[in-house]
Design a protein around this ligand. Structure first.
Ligand code: GLU
Length: 467
């Protein structure tokens, strides 16, 4: 049975690259009817962020990536790691290092000055067992694993054969002086103890893999299969970074991207089907996802494509559902959201124009607010033209007489008036639109008038003709 895991270090937000890793693990597990586990890798206390784990669980939940376990929390398993470190010490696969941070720093500076690779110089490796035991009772120490000066190769599911030479790799610290394990040790121990069959993670972890393989060898465990996903890139091919846009999934959620659209878009960053299909439901992704169809070249994060895809998903939602999802955004803009039916009608008129949920308040603002803002350019171009006020005066009189203020009636009366004065319809439609909404663009005019209602329409027309 396939068992995979997502193993984030809680940093306060979920990186888009982290979501891609989580998603691919999830899809791989579901496709193979296996298990998707969550593990919190929080052993680096210098990076501890209050509330980060809760945030992480929340955003994974929003993304719909359900995991199959009670999350493993590494900081609660220190004894297990210590036991494994001791085992390596006993077997002489690891040694205590008593070098102070100052000494290590000095060593590094000398190596840099000599243009040598920075690497631990092995001073403490030479200590005898007795010396080491004696010093351990007096001083703080870290534990380092011994690297092997041999070629380490493995078959990456995505990249094929990958080779490293052990002689170029440092004797990694596996236990820090604060008693916490480092990533390498905790990661390998937990992957083994939870029966992980496939490690699917970002390319940035590729260079850690030979260290892990040596650890598996020392423990006499078989290592899982490894699949390293391609880097995510900015459009200029540099590594996806904060400087060129949002990288936190939370930001996309808060900007009004739909979870389904984001998942669909992210699924394509490194994976594709033979026929280059673009739109997938989650069920379809589960059905079609395989590691064999993952590429190894960097995947560009294209915001414009995500926006396009989001629009596609927004148009597929029922008005009811779209309104439900838009409400927090309308509320955040300070509007009353108690009249669900009314909001539904407003949103229905704009559904084809909405790209993200955060567009909604602005698109329907003239339905929600009485003192609408008139676009200055629109006023100059459309209202302050000769004859326009006269037309609007006539229209106001005509609308005042309409008993049944419906789309159909308003349209009939407006067209009748156009004919009687031999006016082009646009000579009437444009000014009416600007007068009641403040803008030159918006939803279908007569639907908009009906929804605003006679009272508001007349009030706004009177305001314009009175000025
Ligand atoms: N804690 C690592 C991370 O933050 C996990 C890497 C791995 O999957 O091995 O991405």
């Amino acid at each position: 049975m396939v068992i995979v895991r997502f193993a984030p270090s809680p940093t306060g937000y979920l990186h888009i690259g982290g979501l891609r890793t989580a998603l691919y693990n999830y899809l791989f597990a579901r496709h193979n009817k296996g298990k998707f586990l969550l593990r919190i890798e929080d052993t680096d206390r210098t990076r501890y962020v209050e509330g980060a784990v809760e945030e992480l669980l929340k955003i994974l939940n929003w993304c719909g990536l359900e995991y199959d376990n009670t999350p493993t929390i590494q900081s609660q398993r220190l004894d297990i790691y210590k036991k494994h470190v001791n085992e390596l010490l006993e077997k002489d696969f690891a040694y205590r290092c008593f070098c102070t941070p100052e000494r290590l720093e000095e060593m590094r500076n000398i190596q840099i000055a000599k243009k040598q690779p920075s690497k631990y110089d092995g001073t403490c490796k030479k200590l005898s067992k007795q010396e080491s035991d004696k010093m351990a009772s007096e001083k703080t120490f870290t534990v380092r694993m011994k690297m092997l000066a041999e070629e380490i190769s493995f078959n990456d599911v995505i990249r094929g054969e990958v080779k490293f030479h052990g002689s170029l790799i440092d004797d990694q610290i596996i236990l820090k002086s604060d008693g916490y394990p480092t990533y390498h040790l905790a990661n390998v121990v937990d992957d083994h103890l939870t029966g992980i069959t496939h490690v699917i993670r970002g390319e940035e972890w590729l260079s850690s893999t030979p260290k892990h393989i040596i650890l598996y060898k020392y423990f006499n465990w078989t290592h899982p299969a490894f699949a390293h996903l391609p880097l995510l890139l900015n459009p200029d091919k540099s590594k996806l970074s904060k400087r060129q846009g949002d990288v936190a999934v939370e930001d996309y959620r808060d900007k009004g991207f739909l979870q389904e659209a984001l998942i669909n878009y992210i699924s394509l960053l490194g994976w594709s089907t033979e026929d280059s299909q673009q739109i997938f439901s989650k069920e379809e992704l589960v059905e079609k996802f395989t590691l064999e169809r993952c590429g190894k070249s960097g995947a560009i994060f294209d915001l414009q494509k995500l926006i396009w895809m989001n629009g596609e998903y927004i148009r597929k939602l029922s008005i009811e559902e779209l309104t439900r999802r838009a409400i927090p955004f309308i509320q955040k803009s300070g509007f009353d959201v108690s009249d669900f039916e009314f909001l539904k009608k407003c949103i229905a008129l704009e559904q084809d124009k909405i790209k993200t949920l955060s567009d909604v308040p602005n698109l329907i603002v003239f339905f929600l607010k009485d003192d609408i803002i008139y676009d200055e350019k629109a006023m100059l171009k459309v209202i302050k033209k000769e004859g326009v006020i006269e037309i609007l005066k006539n229209i106001t009189d005509i609308y005042a007489k309409i008993q049944n203020f419906t789309t159909q009636e308003i349209e009939n009366e407006t067209r009748k008036y156009a004919e009687s004065k031999s006016l082009k319809t646009s000579q009437i439609f444009h000014p009416v639109r600007v007068a009641v909404s403040g803008r030159t663009e918006g939803p279908s005019l007569f639907h908009m008038l009906e929804l605003l209602g006679k009272e508001k329409v007349l009030f706004r027309l009177n305001k314009i003709i009175g000025e």
